[in-house]
Design a binder for this molecule. Structure first.
Ligand code: NDP
Length: 285
């Protein structure tokens, strides 16, 4: 039966290091400050931001929300981003998604200065992943890599299957692992529609799933002894579940992340780490 990968333990380890860095910054009179740009009233986003605020303040990062009207247009959002880019007191910018209809998300993300891009969504920071030199990358993708490092897995020649090809999870994860010479397959809707998802999943020594569909991966597809990293977050009734049929999958996996309590807490810790890394870069520390 699979061992549980406790995301909170890994997150705590990262936070300990971040805390030390923040103390060092404070000794130089520098306090990192994050600004979350939020558009309109979105209750889910509000819950998420309050959680971020709590996490930041606990560790010594100032956190403020910049609430903009949901009727603001693309150039209005970009003007606000520009202002934050120029503000020396702001260390990092988080852009809450989704943006209103008609606004080009990638264009707005590309306007966040790479030096303040704590979520690693600017094309420059994405590009560093392609070059195999991730500095601040998308937090969830780096969280997946952190789990693999924590387990001490040598990726060389391993069969990795990544289900989902989003810009912030699937694609960067695949690139990060390919760089360590894993044989990496990326599956997506085309794979499912071609009826081939099962055959790919069944040969995965490391399976990562980031889709957002509860029970997309039945437990009996899991290869004996596989490592299963489930990024998905789905609400089923009043429960939060991942994309993998957890109870059955854990009978076959050697290691498996629970949902919640797996990738999520590590993602948050990486956001804090990105903030500190960028603050140090900006201030030349
Ligand atoms: P996206 O919706 O951007 O991407 C989902 C991906 O899944 C797409 O590549 C999509 O392909 C693919 N897909 C959809 N249906 C299928 C299918 N039937 N078979 C195979 N692939 C499919 O989502 P994100 O990457 O942003 O997030 C994925 C999940 O991870 C969500 O549940 C989200 O809530 C969660 N998440 C969790 C985080 C954490 O910290 N734990 C952080 C970020 C996200 P196509 O585009 O071709 O349709």
């Amino acid at each position: 039966m699979g061992n549980l990968i406790d995301g909170k333990i890994i997150a705590e380890k990262i936070k300990e290091e971040v805390k030390k860095e923040i103390e060092h910054l404070k000794s130089k009179g520098i306090i990192p400050k994050l600004i979350a740009v939020s558009l309109g009233e979105n209750p889910a986003s509000m819950v998420y931001m309050n959680q971020q605020k709590k996490n930041c303040e606990k560790i010594g990062i100032n956190y403020e929300i910049l609430s903009l009207s949901e009727n603001i247009d693309e150039s209005g959002i970009i003007e606000n981003i520009d202002r934050l880019n120029k503000n020396q007191e702001v260390s990092g910018i988080i852009l809450q998604l989704p943006l209103p209809k008609g606004v080009d998300t990638r264009k707005v993300q590309s306007k966040i200065s790479p030096e303040k891009d704590v979520e690693g969504v600017n094309p420059t920071n994405m590009g560093w992943i392609v070059y195999g030199k991730p500095f601040v990358g998308p937090c969830t993708a780096l969280a997946v890599k952190e789990i693999i490092n924590y387990l001490g897995i040598d990726l060389y020649g391993k069969e990795v299957v990544m289900v989902g090809h989003s810009d912030i999870v699937g694609k960067p994860v695949a690139l990060l692992l390919v760089d360590k010479f894993a044989t990496t397959t990326i599956c997506h809707i085309g794979t499912s529609d071609a009826g081939k998802l099962e055959e790919h999943v069944k040969r995965a020594e490391i399976l990562i799933v980031a889709v957002g569909k509860a029970n997309l991966i039945p437990g009996d597809w899991i290869r004996e002894g596989a490592i299963v990293i489930d990024v998905g977050i789905n609400k089923v009734g009043d429960k939060i579940v991942g994309d993998v049929e957890f109870e059955k999958a854990k009978e076959k996996a050697s290691w498996i992340t629970p949902v919640p309590g797996g990738v999520g807490p590590i993602t948050t810790a990486i956001l804090l780490r990105n903030t500190v890394l960028l603050t140090k870069l900006q201030k030349g520390v």
